[in-house]
Structure formats: structure tokens, C-alpha cells
Design a protein around this ligand. Structure first.
Ligand code: CP
Ligand code: NVA
Length: 306
């Protein structure tokens, strides 16, 4: 059974197939000639954390593709002791053609995959956010015409979003740098696995955002405290004070540089209003593309389930 628990479940060819399917479906959507390959298909979403983009993008995607989506909180799905995880996974997958999970623990997603009889998509865990990274490369390809040589400089935390971007850029041989405060780099075990899986990875980490952005085509940021890290928010605000994306930081990059953020943004912390709303920002194109990418991914994963 094909799952998307992490991006390493995909090959580079799979990634290009998903991006091209999403591109075709987006074009047909705006041409008023939509495809409905998931007619009568059911997606079930189980989310332990809040979501605007991920939930709505998958729900809207299923409607556009001719199917439907059902949404459950972790509590309503019975994740906290009502019944066992293997039983929940076997029951939900019996009713569904695809499942989207948003969790704290990556292990929960991995275990769900073991028991599910239909594809499982990771809609964000503490460790990874693969649908976001796929959307981001889709958006970069759209904005720049191709992916070649477009360097992403992620100014922010070594978190689920930067980890997934590091994986995807490394799989495709694209340059990326994470500029973060000391102590907020991606973990050593993650880096070891990244370099083992992608020996030609061009991913680097630095504590100097000023130098890092000099050759950036994309400056990207995300919240300093992710969901589940609320108690660390004040400590992180101090640690990341020199890592805010401002128009001054954007001005250090080449003129063609674009600004991206997966959203939700904490305006005034990781990014200023002027950077977020300025001419280099493509954050709302990026947010809308979550839906177009979800359509490509759902179509691809249901087609390739077995
Ligand atoms: N970017 C993203 O995943 O947004 P949500 O948390 O609103 O789903
Ligand atoms: N890193 C953020 C991403 C939100 C989409 C979080 O996990 O809260």
C-alpha cells in the first residue's frame, strides 16, 4: 500500500508526477473543464491539531474531484483510549479511499500506515509536513518557470516545515540553506538520514542569515514556536530576534527573490507586515496552491494505491 508518511515514501519521479498532475488539474479548474477522477471516493481526515489550510484544501479538493471528505478531531475518532489505534485504522480505512492525519507524534502516523488498507497522507506531524513542501515546490516552479538552481533560504526554525523542505530539495538535488539560531538546527539523526538517503544533497545550515540570503531566490520562514511548543514561545522569541524576515533582509537578496511562508504567520515576530504584504511576497499564491497540490496528490495516491 502506497502511503505518504514522509517524503521518503516518494521517488523523485513520483514527485514530478504529483506536481504535473496538480498543474494539469489547476489548469483545467480555471478553464472551466474540471476532471472528477475521485467520483464517489471518500477521504477521512483525523486532526489532533488546528488547521485552516490543510483541512480546507483537502475538503475542497475532494469536492472538486467528485468525491467527499469527512472530518474528525482526534477525540471524536477515539484516539485517546476509546479503542486501539489498529482497530481505528482498520475501521476508518474500511470506509475510506484515502486518510489524511494531522498529529503530534510521527509514530502515530507510521503505526496507522501499518494497519490501514487505504493510503494514508501525513497532513503534518511534529516532525514533518510533506504536503506543504510539495506545494512549495509547485509554487516555486510556477513562480520561476522551473525548479533548476532556485535556492531556498529558510530563515527560521529547524522544524517540521524546514525538515520537509530539506528532504524534498535534497531528493531533487536543489540548493537549500537553513539559517537559524544556534541550537535550533535540524537534529543530528535527521541530518544523518538525509545524507544517507540523498548523497548529493546540497542542504546546508548556518547561524548567519545575512550572508545566507545573498544568493537566495526564495526567502522562506515559518513560526518560531510550532503547535505544541506554546510554552517555549517567550524563550524562542528572544532566541530568534535576529531572524525576523524584514524588507531590509529581502533587499540583501537578488531582486528576483520571492518571500514564502506556509502560514499561519505571527506578523511582527518571524515576519513584518511590510515583508508579508510587499511585492516580493507570494504567500497567498502559495496558500491557494495547497488545494491544487492536494488535488494532484489525492488523484495520484488513489491511482497508485496498490
Ligand atoms: N500551512 C498549513 O498547514 O496551515 P494549517 O495549519 O492552517 O493547515
Ligand atoms: N511549524 C508549524 C507549521 C504550521 C503549518 C507548526 O507545526 O505549528
Amino acid at each position: 500500500m502506497k502511503h505518504l508518511a514522509t517524503l521518503f515514501d516518494l521517488t523523485p519521479d513520483d514527485v514530478m508526477d504529483i506536481l504535473e498532475t496538480a498543474e494539469r488539474l489547476k489548469e483545467k479548474h480555471f478553464a472551466g473543464n474540471p476532471e472528477t477522477p475521485l467520483s464517489n471516493r471518500v477521504a477521512t481526515l483525523v486532526f489532533e491539531k488546528p488547521s485552516l489550510r490543510t483541512r480546507l484544501s483537502f475538503e475542497a479538493a475532494m469536492t472538486h474531484l467528485g468525491g467527499s471528505a469527512s472530518f474528525f478531531t482526534g477525540q471524536d475518532a477515539g484516539l485517546y483510549g476509546r479503542e486501539s489505534l489498529p482497530d481505528i485504522a482498520r475501521v476508518i480505512s474500511g470506509y475510506s479511499d484515502v486518510i489524511v492525519l494531522r498529529t503530534f507524534s510521527q509514530d502515530l502516523i507510521d503505526e496507522f500506515c501499518t494497519w490501514s488498507s487505504c493510503p494514508v497522507i501525513n497532513g503534518l506531524s511534529d516532525l514533518y509536513h510533506p504536503c506543504q513542501a510539495l506545494t512549495d515546490l509547485f509554487t516555486i516552479r510556477e513562480a520561476f518557470g522551473s525548479l533548476t538552481d532556485e535556492k531556498i533560504v529558510f530563515v527560521g526554525d529547524g522544524n517540521n516545515v524546514s525538515a520537509s523542505l530539506a528532504m524534498l530539495t535534497s531528493m531533487l538535488g536543489l540548493p537549500m540553506t537553513l539559517a537559524c539560531p544556534p541550537g535550533y538546527e535540524l537534529p543530528d539523526d535527521f541530518m544523518a538520514r538525509l545524507n544517507e538517503k540523498c548523497p548529493n544533497s546540497q542542504f546546508t545550515q548556518t547561524n548567519d542569515p545575512i550572508t545566507a540570503v545573498k544568493d537566495a531566490s526564495i526567502i522562506y520562514t515559518d513560526v518560531w514556536a510550532s503547535m505544541g511548543q506554546e510554552e517555549e514561545a517567550e524563550k524562542r522569541k528572544k532566541a530568534f530576534a535576529d531572524f525576523q524576515v524584514t524588507t531590509e533582509l529581502l533587499a540583501l537578496a537578488p531582486a528576483h527573490c520571492r518571500f514564502m511562508h506556509d502560514l499561519p504567520a505571527k506578523r511582527g515576530l518571524e515576519v513584518t507586515d511590510k515583508a508579508m504584504d510587499g511585492p516580493q511576497s507570494i504567500v497567498f499564491q502559495q496558500a491557494e496552491n495547497r488545494m491544487h497540490l492536494a488535488k494532484g496528490l489525492l488523484t495520484w495516491i488513489v491511482r497508485n494505491a496498490h
